[in-house]
Write a new protein. Structure first.
Length: 365
């Protein structure tokens, strides 16, 4: 071989080697692109089972939790971080709360004030869809009477149907801060029972104004709230139990309790419900104490008692960290007893309690 031909051969061999090296270096990049941008891989598989089926499924972990939509103007990073930390415990489903709009007063100067409607945590439906898409975990958005007309609620149902979300938690919701008692918005429902009736009509192929739905979609399934220590507006436990029974007769498949700290009140409530012919699963709602100010705030807002043994330990605490540990220890024992005595699921309220819930879950599951 001539020197000229050898040089040419060497030159192209060099180029070939460089090209092969570049291809090898690019493999991880193309793999990343394929994984993240291939349309077939952009959606996480979502279980076909409905929430009521998951609650009854003995092979799934009896664990679920509730999250809040981000504050207006904030991103989803903190929300997704919460879910990332809790998803390792294999939740059956995730609830997403709904918060009504409220009125605030803006100082315009010169003694003038302007009344403005503000919704601090919008986006319940969008957040539910994002969670389901990102994690493949069933979602249960809250749908509430509070702050909504019947038309508003109908549009929510349509949006949820388009997104393939059919599990709901149906609630009346809180009264406006400026109201002494609950006031419906326009022609909106004044009670969860009325909202359930609207959902049932929608399931039956009828809009709220009576016109026919030409292409009815998948029916909505729903749970409701219940109160082991009585709803704050109920005259007595008998009347409160009658409301729950009516919700069940209309189609509620399960009930989630308001948070409580005394298991005996939960067991007594369940026993009473069974005597009234209410056979649906009644899921205990758990929120561990995590801050000193919760000693007064929690009983006031949620209308629940702190058992004397818990209170005695809590008042000894001088820091949030100390009461957080007390809250964890109490909740661990509370949850173990609930599961041992047949509670169908444990539902955790995560606000200000994610660290505590992670520790509790590690110890009971």
């Amino acid at each position: 071989m001539s020197l000229f031909m050898f040089c040419i051969s060497y030159k192209y061999t060099h180029y070939l080697l460089v090209f092969l090296c570049q291809c090898l270096c690019a493999v991880p990049y193309f793999a990343y692109l394929y994984t993240h941008f291939n349309p077939k891989n952009t959606q996480t598989a979502i279980p076909d089972m409905k929430v009521i089926d998951l609650i009854h499924d003995k092979n799934s972990r009896p664990f679920s939790f509730e999250v809040l939509p981000p504050l207006k103007g904030n991103g989803t990073a903190q929300l997704f971080n919460t879910i990332d930390r809790l998803k390792v415990f294999e939740p059956r489903y995730i609830n997403i709360t709904t918060h009504r709009s409220e009125f605030v007063y803006k100082d315009l100067g010169g003694g003038l004030m302007q009344r403005q409607r503000v919704r601090r945590r919008p986006g319940t439906i969008a957040i539910a869809a994002a969670i389901q898409q990102r994690y493949g975990i069933p979602v249960v958005p809250h749908i509430v009477c509070s702050g909504h007309t019947r038309e508003d609620l109908e549009y929510m149902l349509l949006d949820l149907q388009f997104l393939g979300i059919s599990d709901l938690l149906v609630l009346r919701g809180d009264k406006a801060k400026e109201d002494h008692m609950f006031q419906p918005t326009g022609d909106g429902p004044s009670h969860a029972i009325e909202l359930i009736e609207q959902i049932n009509r929608f399931n039956g192929g009828q809009f709220f104004d009576g016109t026919e739905i030409k292409c009815p979609g998948e029916h909505f399934r729903y749970g409701v709230a219940c109160y082991p220590e009585k709803h704050e507006e109920a005259a007595n436990m008998e009347s409160d139990m009658a409301v729950l029974k009516k919700k069940v007769e209309l189609g509620a498949e399960y009930a989630v309790t308001q948070l409580f700290y005394d298991n005996e009140k939960y067991f007594s409530f369940v026993e009473r419900a069974r005597k009234e012919g209410i056979s649906i699963p009644i899921i205990p709602g758990i929120k561990p104490l995590a801050k000193l100010n919760q000693l007064s705030i929690v009983p006031k807002i949620f209308h629940c008692d702190l058992p004397e043994p818990l209170y005695k330990e809590a008042v000894k605490c001088r820091t949030d960290e100390e009461i957080k540990q007390v809250g964890i220890e109490w909740a661990v024992e509370q949850c173990r007893e609930l599961l041992d005595k047949g509670a169908p699921n444990l539902h955790f309220y995560t606000v200000s309690a994610v660290d505590s819930i992670c520790e509790i879950a590690k110890r009971i599951y």
